[in-house]
Design a protein around this ligand. Structure first.
Ligand code: ADP
Length: 477
């Protein structure tokens, strides 16, 4: 408004000066031409002053507008008097109000998106944490068969380490074309929850997996990827195989004596045994086969009771040397029949173990009777028992001068029903005695069985058993 005032003063002064100059120039003599010139000049000056006044008003309004806009306060624009400026201002006000609203909406939306993003990130992290904690191997691939995600179990199974930000084709990570083909086929067939059994060659042994493959579909029902979950069933397979083997072994082992009993009983019924001697012979065979059957059933039951944890164990603190002495006494007459001598260890005082007496006796008797069975007449058996204080164990060995065991059979002699082919001719047996020894020592008493043997020279079977806790404390004192 100040500028406008100066313009007006300037114009008035200019008009006055011009008027005076004109009057002076015409020398106060009225001359129509001069009067017209003076009046015209005055009109022009007044028009110019009005125009300049308008211009200065407009400029100063624009200055204020720009000032207010710069300060971000368009609401404070309240100008009057100029219609163009007023409508411009209204437009600016409207535009600015819309912009402010839009900005506010956008800020609100951005905050919502940020929150949504945070939630999604958290959800993704949770899902990944769950997938990572699963013991089964999980592999996720996209619609182009590129690896999107793999948990630790999958990385361990296939032997790779995935960079979470890089997705590369499955082939780059997984060295098993059959499995990759399976994933591809499933993606193409768009199937869900299809179960397959797959095997992978590991470093030491083959591993078998139950593999469930599912297609992931997007909102438009298009396949967006594949999830494969691999559950290791190697152990279950092994157990099922062992069970089948066990059942077929048992039925086979039971069949042999039963068939023999049946055959001799039939001969007796048919009157094929004409004299008393033959009758006695047949009956003896039936009796011995029945005893074998009984032994077999007893041992099978003992082993399965221990394996299933159903056996009643009465552990007590006892001396191994005493158990060994008692077992030797029981076996002596059998050894004497074959003219085999049995050497006993010198009694050890501090050899207490926490064990079930009947079970421990069974272990020593089984080892001693095997030593007698597989040693030629005139041989020798030596029983030793010593305390290893540093390892806190009692070390028991039964060494014979028997036929020995071929090296290829050594690692199997503790297996159920395993009988060394080369030694079958020396004695009858079930192939269960050593397995029972192993179960009693290792499963029930936390001990360890062992064997060494040389063909033609003899064998040493034995076991280590932890010293009783009270015994350990006494030894430490
Ligand atoms: P079995 O009833 O056949 O004796 P075991 O389980 O006791 O069954 O023994 C398994 C196999 O180990 C036996 O068949 C035998 O061939 C072999 N064996 C066990 N002890 C000895 C030993 N002291 N000397 C030689 N071979 C042995």
């Amino acid at each position: 408004m100040g500028t406008k005032k100066y313009y007006l003063i300037f114009i008035l002064i200019l008009s006055a000066v011009t008027l005076v100059a004109n009057i002076v120039s015409i020398g106060f003599k009225p001359n129509p031409a001069a009067v017209i010139a003076v009046v015209t000049g005055l009109c022009v000056l007044i028009a110019l002053s009005v125009f300049l006044n308008y211009l200065s008003g407009t400029i100063s309004s624009l200055e204020v507008i720009s000032e207010k806009l710069k300060e971000g306060r368009p609401d404070e624009l309240h100008m009057r008097g100029n219609a163009a400026i007023e409508s411009l201002l209204d437009a600016i006000r409207q535009f600015s109000a819309d912009s402010v609203q839009e900005t506010r909406d956008m800020e609100k939306k951005t905050a919502e998106y940020k929150l949504e993003l945070q939630l999604l990130t958290k959800e993704k992290e949770n899902t990944e944490a769950i997938i990572y904690s699963i013991r089964d191997a999980v592999i996720v691939s996209d619609e182009y068969d590129r690896l999107v995600m793999a948990n630790a179990a999958a990385e361990e199974l296939f032997g790779f380490k995935k960079d979470p930000d890089v997705s590369i084709s499955l082939e780059e990570f997984i060295d098993d074309n059959d499995f990759i083909e399976l994933v591809r086929q499933n993606r193409q067939s768009r199937q869900c929850h299809v179960k397959h059994e797959v095997t992978f060659d590991g470093d030491q042994h083959q591993r078998t997996f139950d593999c469930i493959i599912s297609c992931m579909k997007d909102n438009e029902n298009q396949v967006s990827g594949v999830v494969a979950v691999l559950h290791d069933i190697t152990r279950e397979k092994e157990i099922s195989r062992m069970k089948n083997d066990f059942v077929s072994h048992v039925s086979h082992e039971l069949k042999t004596p039963l068939a023999s009993i049946n055959a001799y009983a039939e001969m007796l019924v048919d009157g094929e045994a004409e004299d008393q001697e033959t009758i006695t012979e047949f009956c003896t065979i039936i009796q011995s086969q029945a005893q074998r059957l009984n032994r077999l059933i007893e041992e099978i039951l003992n082993i399965s009771r221990i394996e299933s944890g159903l056996v009643k164990v009465n552990k007590e603190c006892l001396s191994v040397a005493i158990v060994v002495q008692e077992a030797v006494k029981m076996i002596e007459s059998y050894a004497a029949e074959k003219n085999i001598t049995v050497n006993l260890p010198a009694p050890i005082i501090h050899d207490q173990v926490n064990a079930d007496k009947d079970m421990l006796s069974q272990v020593v008797i089984n080892l001693l009777s095997n030593a007698v069975k597989y040693t030629e007449p005139g041989g020798n058996i030596k029983v030793d028992s010593e305390v290893n204080e540093s390892d806190k164990i009692v070390h028991v060995t039964v060494t014979d001068t028997g036929v020995g065991i071929p090296p290829e059979d050594i690692e199997h002699v503790f297996d159920k029903f395993y009988r060394v082919e080369a030694n079958k001719k020396y004695a009858k047996g079930t192939g269960l005695g050593l397995n029972l020894v192993q179960q009693i020592v290792e499963t029930v008493h936390d001990g360890k069985v062992f064997v060494t043997s040389t063909i033609g020279e003899g064998s040493t079977f034995g076991f280590d058993m932890p010293l009783a806790t009270s015994q350990v404390e006494e030894t430490v004192k």
